[in-house]
Design a protein around this ligand. Structure first.
Ligand SMILES: [Mg+2]
Length: 205
């Protein structure tokens, strides 16, 4: 993984932010993994330890200069309390639709702000949830970045009637009521996961 970080840093130079996701796989050796890429100035190392043990998380976070990011597996404001108050992560990544929604994410962000912890929402959502989540990001003091990796999903933008307001890495927030983009129901139905039902329809079977 360090070889990968080195190769990416060499390719993009020092100005581009680089982060790495360890996907909870390294409970043993997590400290070594967190310390090894210190020379490459990562924006963060994400999820080096499984999410269940806040003390272990804290131990790894305080062992390294690499900022440790976690939080996509926690729910509601209570789920984040211990992580924040023990300062067990240097960056917190709530999955806004999954953890409880816009208002709940705002509460978590404000709580984290008291401890000088920035927020970088995990985001694997549609254009609607991405823009809605961005409204939270625009309304908090400690926003860092929001995840976006739908570049490779060719029909992602088709899910809404308006073009998603993303340009060169920035999301433009409208000042009118509502999140902005409206669902293109036809496109959403066409890409429905087999076996799942559409919002508002009667469940199958
Ligand atoms: Mg992640």
């Amino acid at each position: 993984m360090v070889d990968v970080v080195r190769a990416v840093r060499d390719a993009v130079g020092s100005e581009i932010m680089v982060a790495m996701d360890a996907h909870w796989k390294y409970a043993n050796g997590a400290i070594k993994l967190a310390q090894a890429p210190e020379p490459f100035d990562l924006l963060w190392l994400e999820d080096p330890v499984p999410p269940e043990n806040i003390e272990a998380q804290r131990h790894v976070t305080h062992s390294t200069r690499t900022p440790i990011c976690t939080g996509e597996n926690l729910y509601r404001k209570h789920g984040y309390r211990e992580l924040i108050e023990k300062q067990a992560a240097r960056i917190i990544a709530p999955d806004i639709p999954k953890m409880g929604g816009l208002a709940e994410a705002k509460k978590v962000a404000d709580h984290a702000d008291l401890y000088c912890i920035p927020i970088a929402p995990r985001n694997v959502a549609s254009p609607i949830a991405t823009v809605a989540g961005s409204h939270v990001c625009a309304g908090i003091n400690n926003f860092l970045v929001i995840e976006y990796h739908a570049h490779d999903v060719e029909w992602w933008s088709d899910l809404v009637k308006e073009k998603p307001p993303i340009d060169k890495g920035f999301i433009r927030i409208e000042d009118r009521p509502g999140p902005g983009p409206r669902l293109n129901e036809e496109a959403a139905r066409a890409h429905l996961k087999p076996g799942s039902s559409f919002f508002g329809d009667k469940p199958h079977g």
